[in-house]
Design a binder for this molecule. Structure first.
Ligand code: PDD
Length: 285
């Protein structure tokens, strides 16, 4: 039985109960994080926590725990769940309110829920063993505050399901100017002629922690030119390589978008270099 954390208690998951009047349930009013750990070591923990604080601040919710207590919670949860490679999911809502009213209530106590799930280890990246992605593309029909890691994921879920309906595993999104934003649960990078590009941070994308780490590693340890700039639909389709990044996928090569094969349909050399840097970083102690 998985052990979860709910409002100051570590309990078996089947004992965790939350009020249906919780504003997370009624309004989807909350913030979440997914934080990966390998052999007990968290990747980007403080960057994840900082993004959690930014999200909570944008909703006017004070962080229910201190930074130290969040770290303790994450560590204790992976210790109690005894997995090798676990992601910690943190979920904070405004809490339980007796009346349903759109206005923020003043006296609620935030609900804090956390659990773990297994993630793949991916220790040594190899082209032939890479998990490759065939993806769909769609116009980005989500909201204009995508920098907030909101638990209201309906827009993302609908875009994701579109890819499943088409027999794919993700949907890459483009704004109404036909510029790349991100994917329904990942950031997107492209490679062309030894330049690695990804859209800049703004309200159209989540500031991904994996994106942040990948950019820092490439800037420090590789010879590639790095650009954070607007990327058109045509540039994506004509790229040498396209990658998805997220805490659970790390760097994942895309080999097909709708009916278009990317480059030769093979995993690229630049991916191998980037994922090798990431894997080395992961297991550094
Ligand atoms: N998804 N963009 C979106 C819309 C995401 O949902 C995610 C992550 C990312 C990548 O962010 P990060 O590198 O910090 O994981 C970008 C998580 C993993 C999820 O919802 O399961």
């Amino acid at each position: 039985m998985n052990i979860v954390y709910l409002n100051n208690q570590f309990i078996p998951s089947n004992e965790a109960k939350i009020s249906p009047m919780d504003r997370g349930f009624l309004f989807g009013e909350g913030i979440y994080e997914v934080i990966p750990s390998y052999e007990g070591k968290f990747i980007g923990l403080q960057v994840h926590l900082n993004r959690l604080y930014n999200g909570l601040e944008s909703l006017g919710i004070s962080s229910p725990l201190s930074n130290e207590k969040w770290i303790e919670l994450c560590q204790e949860l992976i210790a109690r769940n005894e997995g090798e490679n676990l992601a910690v999911y943190l979920h904070v809502t405004r809490g339980d309110s007796p009346t349903r009213n759109h206005a923020y209530p003043t006296n609620t106590t935030p609900t804090v829920f956390a659990f773990t799930f297994d993630i793949p280890a991916q220790p040594v990246p190899e082209k032939q063993n890479a998990t490759v992605y065939n993806v769909s593309s769609q116009q980005d029909l989500r909201w204009k505050r995508c920098q907030i890691k909101s638990t209201s994921l309906l827009g993302n879920v609908m875009h994701f399901q579109h890819s499943i309906n088409e027999g794919n595993k993700e949907t890459i999104l483009f704004n109404d100017q036909n510029q790349l934003t991100e994917a329904s649960a990942s950031n997107v990078f492209i490679v062309k002629n030894n330049t690695i590009m990804t859209p800049p941070l703004d309200n159209q994308i989540l500031p991904g922690v994996t994106r942040h780490i990948v950019l820092a590693l490439l800037k420090e340890h590789s010879k590639f030119t790095i650009e954070e700039r607007a990327i058109s639909y045509d540039e994506v389709l004509n790229a040498d390589e396209v990658w998805l990044t997220s805490s659970t996928k790390e760097i994942a090569p895309v080999i097909k978008i709708d009916d278009n094969i990317i480059a030769s349909g093979k995993v690229g050399d630049v991916w191998l270099e980037a994922q090798t840097l990431f894997s080395q970083y992961k297991y550094q102690y």
